[in-house]
Design a protein around this ligand. Structure first.
Ligand code: MTE
Ligand code: CO
Length: 421
């Protein structure tokens, strides 16, 4: 480069940097000090980058290496029958990348090839059938975005606020676009008895089998036998090559490595639908089956893992809302622990039984906040407070906790999990 050109180019850039910095409200504007990132030629512009032959399958850049699933070792006896959590605090939009979408296994994730895959339909059917993976690919398929939430999500909140981070309190959820065959298509193929009083028992190929009974009405409605998520094959940990998608219903029913579908006269009452995933009230009586996940929301930022680092001034409060009963119609945000509420902006109109992103574009004056969000769905249902939920359900609960969550944000912008009553 002609040296005589350099000074004038730098002078121009320095001038524009000062203007840009001046527009940032409350920002630490570089008063006159030249920003070398603007004024100096950087290495990444001086040398060539990485060739296309080095990234056959792209992974997040090293600077994003903290945006990963995490588990909490003391929660379970072994990582084989355990859970890890989606880093929802660090994501935006609504789609969960497969690589960081939570996993929940009862006997570990299994490696099952398409060639070894078989799906059997038996029981009350005219033609018991066994499908190969290739057989399934020949049925007409559909695409739908749905959330999958483990019934145990937010379960530790029954006993107080023990886990400090949206990832840990609310990260047993993911939201993907599934490609699959309506279950009803396969039931028709087998000539299943589809009367309303019949049940569909589904089980997986893993050691736990995770068998669950689904009432016929739901099986014929929107259940999918899915083999793709977000456009690509399911990951091993999410049930490759085929899993069940049971929209809006508790994650436990979303059987992975799906191997058998049996039409039955009544619910099988397996372990997973009796001693587990059942809600026990204060008086010891258990509520029989809680399938639908009620409306719920959480602020993902700011949150304990996402403190406010930019000081006072414009603040984007953001979070996720969802309902197993349909669409999210409104989300309110409170900064004073539920005394007053402001209606948040939805990132886009909510999809049925899928995550909805909400934003409250606000100003922060540096005073402490008690942040809460409250979701409403198309049935008119309003997400309850912790107190309201405990009043009805007692404190024996593990599952199905959809209470309003509170984060305390101090003057420094640090957030922590607290309870208000
Ligand atoms: N299916 C099988 N075969 N084995 C399992 O352990 N876990 C269930 C369900 N399906 C499970 C299973 C539970 S409790 C949940 S919450 C979801 O899968 C979790 O799905 P994910 O691992 O894709 O997040
Ligand atoms: Co679960």
């Amino acid at each position: 480069m002609d040296d005589s050109l350099k000074p004038s180019r730098r002078a121009f850039l320095r001038g524009s940097a000062a203007v840009a910095a001046g527009t940032v409200a409350g920002g630490a504007a570089a008063q006159g000090a030249p920003d070398p990132l603007i004024t100096e030629l950087q290495d990444w512009a001086s040398f060539t980058g990485v060739g296309v032959d080095e990234t056959p399958y792209g992974l997040p850049i090293q600077f994003e290496r903290d945006v990963v699933r995490r588990n909490v070792p003391w929660l379970t006896a072994s990582p084989i029958s355990s859970i890890n959590f989606t880093p929802i605090h660090a994501l935006d939009g609504t789609i969960t990348p497969q690589g960081c979408a939570f996993e929940r296994h009862h006997s570990g994730a299994i490696e099952l090839s398409k060639a070894d895959y078989r799906l059997m339909i038996n029981g009350l059917v005219d033609r018991p059938l066994v499908f190969t993976y290739e057989d399934l690919e020949r049925f007409p398929r559909e695409n739908h975005v749905y959330f999958c939430e483990c019934a145990a999500n937010t379960g530790m909140e029954w006993a107080g606020s023990q886990l400090n981070g949206a990832q840990f309190t609310h990260g047993m959820i993911h939201n993907m676009e599934y490609t699959g065959i309506p279950l009803r298509t396969l039931l028709q193929e087998a000539g299943a008895d589809m009367s309303a009083d019949k049940w569909v028992y589904v089980e997986g190929a893993d050691a736990s089998s995770n068998g669950r009974s689904i009432p016929m009405e739901k099986a014929l409605d929107d259940v999918l036998v899915a083999f793709k998520a977000n456009g690509e094959a399911l990951r091993m940990e999410h049930g490759y090559p085929v899993r069940l998608v049971v929209p809006g219903w508790e994650g436990n029913m979303w059987v992975k490595w799906l191997r058998r579908i049996e039409i039955t006269d009544m619910a099988v009452e397996s372990r997973e639908e009796t001693s587990k995933y059942t809600d026990v009230y204060e008086d010891g009586v258990a509520r029989k089956w809680t399938w639908v996940m009620d409306a719920k929301s959480v602020i993902t930022s700011p949150s304990p893992q996402m403190p406010i680092t930019h000081g006072t001034g414009p603040l984007v409060i953001s979070g996720l809302a969802w309902s197993g009963h349909g669409k999210i119609t409104r989300v309110d945000v409170s900064t004073d622990g539920g005394i007053s509420w402001q209606t948040a902006r939805l990132g886009k109109q909510g999809d049925s039984k899928a995550l909805t992103r909400f934003y409250l574009d606000t100003e922060w004056d540096g005073s402490p906040m008690l942040l809460q969000s409250r979701a409403m769905d198309e049935t008119g249902y309003v997400q309850p407070t912790k107190d309201q939920l405990r009043e009805v359900r007692g404190e024996n609960g593990v599952y199905h906790n959809n209470c309003i969550q509170t984060w305390f944000v101090n003057e420094e912008g640090i957030a922590e999990n607290v309870e208000v009553s």
